[in-house]
Design a binder for this molecule. Structure first.
Ligand SMILES: [Zn+2]
Length: 383
């Protein structure tokens, strides 16, 4: 078993960030194709405007968009800046997961396990990005991601030692229940109809499967607070909340289809449509019923929990992470990292984190601060 601290950072960082960029490039495909019921793998990338296949060198994350100045090579059609935004978010998330989660794993963790943890966390984060953008445009959360993500979360529970299988199953049940019980069951009992789609319930089920019940509750509360703040700001700035373009297009299509039906068929179809929360509230324009996609805010809260929240909501996670963040060999000898046998820069990175843990400086340590930290650690070891 090779411990991952032997890997040079010159390899670790580019590898992680490239994986994030190319992963996000695929997420762009998911965001476009999944709601349209298209295959995710076939055909290969095509220009959304004229259908010409996109060459591989025009499909390099971030770089191609900038070189082509946001226009397709084939027909000069504008490429949505969303593609660039998603790719940048992917790179950033990969970097943050590496920095916040992976480099703080115990130093004797094997490379295989580190790779599995990084890949799973990145896939989870990127799937959430897809949910946010799909919900923003179409106002629904695809089951393929929320239910699929729940199954994936339960299957990979051994990669998150702070919870076990029981916690994951309980978390999934709590996550689904905290939305379904009040909105699905109670609202239906009181008002005779559902007040909210179950997409958000399934998304919180995914949160529970990944983090346990604390994560699902955190996502609901933090998501609700941030969603409310955003809705208030939107109302203050815009005066109203508009429905996303994807939803308006879908409604126009529905209107056209309804117009072609006979009166009886039309009545039946309208009764069926009334069960869909998307059509239910659309007639009312009052402030209280203003609709805003909740998925992106749940996603935001889940990413916050992934990268920051677990540290302070779940104390056992913090302990597990920091169990080995100061190499014991270093403290015992109290010598300079350059003289230790390993000498790798991951060791130095871990020392910087140890420094932050002791409250010495933040971020990169300059020469003087670094020497101060070494002295302090030396003194601590001597005592
Ligand atoms: Zn084109």
């Amino acid at each position: 078993m090779i411990p991952f601290e032997d890997l040079p950072v010159e390899v670790v960082y580019p590898y992680a960030i490239l994986l994030g960029l190319f992963g996000a490039s695929f997420i762009n495909v998911v965001i476009y194709r999944l709601p349209r019921g298209m295959s995710l793998v076939r055909p290969g990338s095509r220009c959304a405007a004229c259908g010409t296949p996109v060459r591989f060198y025009d499909n390099i994350p971030v770089v191609s968009y900038l070189l082509l100045r946001g226009r397709a090579r084939c027909c000069r059609a504008r490429i949505s800046p969303r593609y660039l935004a998603v790719e940048l978010i992917g790179g950033l998330l990969a970097w943050a997961i590496l920095q916040k989660l992976v480099l703080r794993l115990p130093s004797d963790t094997s490379i295989g396990r580190v790779l599995a943890i990084f890949t799973a966390e990145l896939a989870f984060a990127l799937a959430l990005v897809a949910v946010a953008f799909i919900d923003l445009e179409h106002m629904y959360v695809p089951d393929a991601i929320s239910v699929g993500g729940t199954v994936f979360g339960i299957a990979t529970v051994s990669l998150r030692p702070e919870i076990d299988l029981k916690d994951a199953l309980l978390g999934a049940a709590v996550g689904f229940g905290i939305v379904w019980l009040p909105f699905g069951v109670l609202y239906k009992v009181i008002r005779g109809r559902t007040g909210m789609g179950l997409g958000d319930a399934k998304l919180l089920m995914m949160a529970g499967a990944w983090f346990g019940w604390t994560g699902a509750v955190f996502a609901l509360l933090a998501g609700a607070v941030q969603g409310t703040v955003a809705a208030v700001i939107l109302l203050l700035v815009h005066g109203r909340i508009e429905e996303p373009a994807g939803v308006m297009a879908e409604k126009r299509e529905t209107e056209t289809a309804l117009a072609q039906l006979s009166p009886e068929e039309r009545a039946a179809a309208e009764a069926e449509l009334a069960k869909d929360p998307l059509y239910e509230a659309s007639s009312s324009s009052s402030l209280g019923l203003a609709r805003i996609a909740f998925g992106p805010f749940l996603v935001l809260a889940m990413l916050e929990y992934l990268l920051i929240g677990r540290d302070w909501v779940t104390p056992s996670y913090r302990n597990q992470l920091h169990r080995d963040s100061i190499p014991s060999s270093f403290i015992a000898r109290g010598d300079h990292p350059a003289q230790t046998s390993r000498g790798g820069r991951l060791d130095r990175r871990r020392m910087v984190m140890a420094g932050q843990e002791l409250g010495v400086g933040t971020g990169r340590l300059g020469g003087a601060a670094w020497r101060r930290l070494l002295r302090r650690l030396g003194n601590a070891a001597a005592r």
